[in-house]
Structure formats: structure tokens, C-alpha cells
Design a protein around this ligand. Structure first.
Ligand code: COI
Length: 354
């Protein structure tokens, strides 16, 4: 299949938002990529003007939640070139999510080519302001009109893009996190490791309760023991305890983050002892009481590296590094961003140029 391009007329192009005040996910570019899965094959690949599509009210995504998505970013370097960070990893994860949700897989090379072309068409939307990027959202939804609970035979794949600033209002400043043992996000054997809409819907009630109490995000615990740490709403989590960097292992209920993987690679190369192992919230509080907990930070495409200033669990506060950004969080933020924006040589082959 060849992806066709039909550009919006110059009079239809939108005014660009203020790059220094973007927030997250509020503005969308002029074009989108779309293709349809019908009769067992992807077809009608096109780049066209951004806009709504119509769907049958019986479309299966609306009833049984067969939806998946990805999040990746395009960065504008000082050389004015546009860079992508590990884009094929995102697309490989997209297909893993598709398999888990019994949805059609995509041809990674074709979609990658489509996203590159979309970026070329909307290249002026990649911001230059410090800390601003173009967030890319590949998505797939089930569109067959049928109410039996089974895999849809039809899908729409689309990619939309939006210029974004920091995900959290705090920016790179440490966030306050509420640890919940009341709600759970996912359970082993469920769909926690798939990037499917329902996982995010499941997280909203706890997030609202946490925000009402002044917290930025929720830290999830294992659904059965309500002790073992899983992940934060939109990020994986890391703890520096003594001389070890510890992060929960990928056992099926958390998202296999690409930033998580990049952090593990970078810190191992810097000589850190990185351990992927189960860690409980009690262990974290005990390490803090003994003065061994040095840093906590989250990782994610949207959140990048997000230092955690405090964790709150059962009425107790665990204040981390006096609520300040730790040395490793800062180094990771600087280094990762330098690679992503093409400021620094990328020895890992992670960065692609448009
Ligand atoms: C990302 O980091 O790309 C995510 O998917 C988080 C998102 C739900 C805002």
C-alpha cells in the first residue's frame, strides 16, 4: 500500500500556539495519518487534513474497549533538524499491545514511513522553544459495527500530533505522589502491560482523589498484596537505595517503558548497579528511615525524567532528598534530553533524523 498525501489548503492551516505556553495535548497539528483495516488487510493509507471521522454507534471500540495507542516525540535540535527517539520500539510495542487486545497488527515499516511523511508535512509544528516537543500519538480503534464480544474485523489506525510542553504543571520540579492501597490499576494476567485506553480509564478515580489532596500522581501497588510497587499513572518508577538503582521488573502488569529501558542502559553504562526486582512500599519507607533512600524518579515519554519529592502512604510522608531533585535524576534528564535533541552523540543508535 502506498500512503497518499492530500494537504490542507493554505487558508485551512491553523494558527500556531505560543510555544512557551503549550501545556500537554491541547493543540493539534494541521494533518493526520489514517488507514483502515478491512477484509484482513490495511488499506486507504493517507495523510490528510486533521479532522473528525464518523463511526457507527455500534463500533466495537465504543462498547468493549478495543483501543490501543502509543506516545513518542519529535525534537527540534539546535541544528534545526528534527529527531525521533527509538520510534520503532514504540511501534513494536504498539504491535504487542495489538496482539494482547486481539487487534490487527500494523506493518511497522509502513507506519514508520507514514509518520515520517506526516512529520515532513507538519514540520513547522515541531517547536523550537526549550523543553517543547511535538508529541506523536499513533492510535488504533475497533470500528466494526457489532455487539457480540469478540475481536473486531475492522479497525482504523490513525496518528495525530500535538506540540507539548512539560506533562506535569511542576515541569522538571519534584512531584508529590500519593500511594494508593485502595484502588489498583492492573493485575498480572490482565492487560496492564498493553497500552490500551482502559488502563488509563481505570486510573482516573484514584488520580482525582489524589489531586484533591494536592498530589500530582498516584503510585500503584500490586493488586493482590497491595505492597509491591508497580508504576506511577503515566511513568515507570526508579529508587536509588544505597548504591543500587532499583526498578520493578516487567512481570506483565506494568508498561514496558522505552524511557525506562533507556535509563537502565544509560545508568549501567555509567557504572551503576541497576536491579530489576520487586520492591515493596514498606521497604522504601524503611530505607528512608535509615537514611538509605537517596532518590526516586519516574520515567516516561511524556514525563521524561520526573523527580519524586515525596511519597505519601497510609498517612505517612516519605520525604525524598529534602523534596529536591537528586543528582542522578538531573544527570539522566540532561543526558537523555541531550541525546533526544541531537546535542550529544548517540552511541546507542536510538535517534533517527527526519
Ligand atoms: C506517554 O508517556 O507517552 C504516555 O503515554 C503517557 C500519556 C498517557 C500522557
Amino acid at each position: 500500500m502506498k500512503i497518499t498525501i492530500e494537504k490542507a489548503a493554505p487558508s485551512e492551516l491553523k494558527a500556531k500556539p505560543d510555544e512557551n505556553n503549550l501545556g500537554f495535548g491541547k493543540y493539534f497539528t494541521d494533518h493526520m495519518l489514517q488507514m483502515d483495516y478491512v477484509d484482513g488487510a490495511w488499506q486507504n493509507g493517507e495523510i490528510k487534513k486533521y479532522g473528525p471521522f464518523s463511526m457507527d454507534p455500534a463500533a466495537m471500540a465504543l462498547h468493549y474497549g478495543q483501543t490501543i495507542f502509543e506516545g513518542m516525540k519529535a525534537y527540534r535540535g539546535k541544528d534545526n533538524k528534527i529527531y525521533l527517539f527509538r520510534p520503532k520500539e514504540n511501534l513494536a510495542r504498539f504491535n504487542r499491545s495489538a496482539r494482547r487486545m486481539c487487534m490487527a497488527e500494523v506493518d511497522i515499516d509502513l507506519v514508520y514511513e507514514g509518520i515520517r511523511k506526516l512529520l515532513e508535512v507538519d514540520q513547522e509544528w515541531v517547536p523550537s522553544a526549550q523543553g517543547a516537543t511535538l508529541y506523536i500519538r499513533p492510535t488504533m480503534i475497533a470500528t466494526e459495527a457489532a455487539l457480540g464480544v469478540r475481536p473486531s474485523k475492522r479497525y482504523i489506525f490513525f496518528t495525530i500530533m500535538c506540540p507539548v510542553g512539560a506533562y506535569y504543571p511542576e515541569g522538571f520540579n519534584p512531584v508529590k505522589i500519593f500511594v494508593t492501597d485502595k484502588y489498583v490499576r492492573a493485575v498480572r494476567g490482565g492487560v496492564g502491560e498493553a497500552k490500551t485506553g482502559g488502563n488509563y480509564a481505570a486510573s482516573i478515580m484514584a488520580a482525582i482523589e489524589a489531586q484533591k489532596q494536592g498530589f500530582t500522581q498516584v503510585l500503584w501497588l500490586d493488586a493482590c498484596d497491595r505492597q509491591t510497587i508497580e508504576e506511577v499513572g503515566t511513568m515507570n518508577i526508579f529508587f536509588v537505595i544505597g548504591d543500587e538503582l532499583i526498578t520493578p521488573p516487567l512481570l506483565g502488569s506494568i508498561l514496558p517503558g522505552i524511557t525506562r529501558d533507556s535509563v537502565i542502559t544509560l545508568t549501567r553504562d555509567w557504572g551503576f548497579k541497576v536491579v530489576e526486582r520487586p520492591i515493596t512500599i514498606d521497604e522504601v519507607f524503611a530505607a528512608n528511615a535509615k537514611g538509605q533512600l537517596k532518590e526516586v524518579f519516574g520515567t516516561g515519554t511524556a514525563a521524561i525524567i520526573s523527580p519524586v519529592g515525596s511519597l505519601h502512604f497510609k498517612g505517612q510522608e516519605c520525604l525524598i532528598n529534602n523534596g529536591k531533585t537528586g543528582e542522578l535524576s538531573q544527570r539522566l534528564f540532561d543526558d537523555l534530553q541531550a541525546i533526544q535533541y541531537g546535542y550529544k552523540e548517540d552511541p546507542y543508535g536510538w535517534v533517527e533524523t527526519i
